[in-house]
Design a protein around this ligand. Structure first.
Ligand code: SAM
Length: 159
């Protein structure tokens, strides 16, 4: 078995490879991609640098989103789990920015699922204290952005 094939049988193939380089996935072969990519919040991964400049992070995201676009079938879907925003290392609109990049690649926007974590432990809780002119809003949510390629398959059609 090839080094980056972790497991393979008739129904299932688990690939342990770099999303930017792997040649194990054929174009137009996937119905649904569900992914939780790096958030760029300085998590200590073995190989991936999770502390890129925001510009480099968006460029990295554009590259793997482009690969996902090619891997999806024409009626395929991408469910992208990312934080709504981030404040570690500077406030950024991660959800909006990755949606814009995905649309630039050719994805169409379907909907957003809000994952209401209610967990503010990784975020500052100081709010706007002593700083009324700079309101600081903490949104303890992640989003799952649902994107599609070309064909919209309605629930009615499926039933
Ligand atoms: C936010 S975590 C997702 C964790 C996953 N949801 C889980 O429960 O294990 C992002 C993951 O992307 C992986 N990753 C980062 N860069 C990658 C790359 N170029 N190719 C493949 N995976 C990568 C990291 O190793 C990490 O496991």
């Amino acid at each position: 078995m090839k080094a980056h094939i972790f497991f393979e049988n008739e129904w299932l193939k688990i690939i342990n490879d770099d999303v930017l380089k792997t040649e194990e996935i054929e174009d137009h072969s996937i119905d649904l991609i569900v992914t939780s990519p790096p958030y760029n919040v300085d998590i200590k991964y073995n190989s991936h640098n999770d502390k890129l400049s925001y510009r480099d992070y968006l460029e990295f995201s554009r590259k793997w989103l482009t690969r996902c676009y090619h891997w999806l079938k024409e009626d395929g879907r991408l469910c992208l789990n990312i934080p709504l925003d981030k404040n570690k290392g500077g406030q950024q609109s991660v959800g909006a920015d990755l949606t814009t990049i995905a649309k630039g690649i050719g994805f169409k926007y379907h909907s957003t699922i809000i994952w209401n974590e209610g967990n503010i432990s990784r975020r500052t809780a100081w709010g706007s204290w002593l700083s009324a002119s700079a309101p600081y809003v903490i949104a303890p949510v992640e989003v799952i952005i649902v994107l599609y390629k070309r064909t919209v398959v309605s629930a009615k059609k499926l039933s």
